[in-house]
Design a protein. Structure first.
Length: 182
């Protein structure tokens, strides 16, 4: 039995996977109605974002149109619920100064508190303009997380575990079924 356990432990160590960065996907729609307080801007926008909590990075891909004046800056804010204002945590460097445009970049410099706030749904993206310096359109980060999908190593470990369990139960049943007619 000890030998079997040692073999299983060795097999488990050999099949163990390496640690991977945990990434979290988000999306959102931006409008003047989402600002706090809301404004009457007809501008709209949408975005997708990926948070990497190992590299402390934030990838954003967004598009916007119909701003009343040129955009002055795009900002990621944290940590407040929808409808409340929060501090800026990342300025979108190189943001296009136009009434319509697209922006895509990976940004670094998040703190643990920022990452926790983003994962908790307490962050939003805001596009500021000259006409509305507090923000013309805003969109809350919404998690697009689905069910976790086990990695292949996990499946191997499950199969091996059930195989060992079944084998040991079968061995015990054989020992109990022996008859002695002597």
């Amino acid at each position: 039995m000890k030998r079997a356990l040692a073999t299983i432990a060795l097999l488990a160590a050999a099949l163990a996977g390496t640690a991977h960065a945990a990434t979290f996907n988000f999306y959102g729609t931006m409008s003047g109605e989402n600002e706090a307080p809301a404004n009457a801007s007809a501008a709209t926008g949408d975005f997708t974002a990926i948070l990497d909590d190992v590299a402390n990075s934030f990838f954003v891909d967004l598009s916007y149109s119909g701003l009343s004046t040129n955009a002055s800056i795009g900002i990621l804010h944290c940590c407040a619920p929808a409808g409340a204002n929060a501090v800026s945590i990342l300025n979108f460097t190189g943001f296009p100064s136009a009434t319509s445009g697209t922006y895509s970049s990976t940004l670094f410099g998040l703190t643990e508190a920022d990452i926790t706030g983003i994962k908790s749904g307490l962050s939003y993206i805001n596009i500021h303009t000259v006409a509305l310096p507090q923000g013309e359109i805003r969109g809350q980060l919404i998690s697009s997380a689905g069910a976790a999908i086990p990695e292949p190593v996990t499946w191997v470990m499950i199969v091996v575990g059930f195989g060992v369990l079944g084998s040991s139960l079968r061995r015990k049943q054989r020992q109990k079924l022996r008859f002695n007619f002597g």
